[in-house]
Design a protein. Sequence first.
Length: 319
Amino acid sequence: MSHKIFITRSIPDTGLQLLRERAEVAVYEEDRQIGKAELIDRIQGMDGLLCLLSDPVDADVIAAGECLRCISTYAVGYNNIDLDAAEARGIAVTNTPGVLTEATADIAFALMISAARRIVESDAWLRSGKFEGWAPKLFLGHDLSGKTLGIIGAGRIGQALARKAAGAFDMRVLYHNRSRDMEFETRQGALYVDLDTLLRESDVVSLHVPLTPETHHLIDKHALDRMRGNAILVNTARGPIIDEQALIAALRAKRIFAAGLDVYEEEPAVPEALIALPNTVLLPHIGSASIETRDKMAEMAARNLLDVLEGREPAHRVI
Ligand code: NAP
Ligand code: GLV
Ligand code: GLV
């Protein structure tokens, strides 16, 4: 009997086709995020779930999936999945690391330069018909060349950003993880520092840690107070790593220069206050959104799921 798989949103054909060749596949018909009640309804009788980072795969959903053997998320981050509940039922959880590293680091890089040189703000201003000629003080931003980049969470994506920033702008790289990575230090000339030092010495602070109880509100008022007056904060990790209200207060008071954000605390809600501020660059969680990368993620998520269901060890197992 063929395996039954539920996919919570249509993904690229590279993954869909693989799954359809080998399993009975149901795809959520709506082009919107599935609700928890609908997910509980649809997961019944399914052997495999292919979900998105925005789906609430909590203990209730997992309990409703009485046949479930694998949860394959179409993302590298898996903070939306209750791992304890899955583990208690012997359900495998898989993700898509690596293939989205460069695309996500590119978005962090884009946020960094957009915030530093006020790209989005000045583009909107021009489009509104206000450009009347070159001016000595028009949209003054900050140089990046030779400045200091502080990476919080120098794993795959953080290290890729460090490499791009050091190469393009000759930036000095500081990093903070729970453990040191000597190979990264040697290769990149990166300097391991404690969080306070990183915040005090960096012109750009970029977040790349996973969302965990430890990293929730890692960047709060206390942390923002330690940052430089000309500093730029970039977040392509997860929204709740920053206390958004504290960030709004810091940006309003111009205690830091700007923020470039791809993720939000209550996604998809973005506070009006953030939208109203001129010194923010705001993207709709598009870190991995290149055609090539999403194709690879779809294939990887499909292969992970088929591997578990067909009794092989998946290449990218979380648990
Ligand atoms: P990764 O390779 O696992 O890197 C995470 C890094 O964070 C590791 O170096 C880890 O080092 C460090 N870390 C973990 N907990 C920490 C803590 N409490 N304090 C300090 N450092 C900590 O993961 P990745 O592939 O780079 O992805 C990182 C995150 O980016 C994902 O979890 C996801 O949430 C986010 N993401 C977002 C997008 C987007 O579309 N915006 C796309 C992809 C990924 P130690 O273990 O030594 O602490
Ligand atoms: C995107 O946010 C991911 O975790 O893959
Ligand atoms: C600017 O356009 C310059 O020539 O300096």
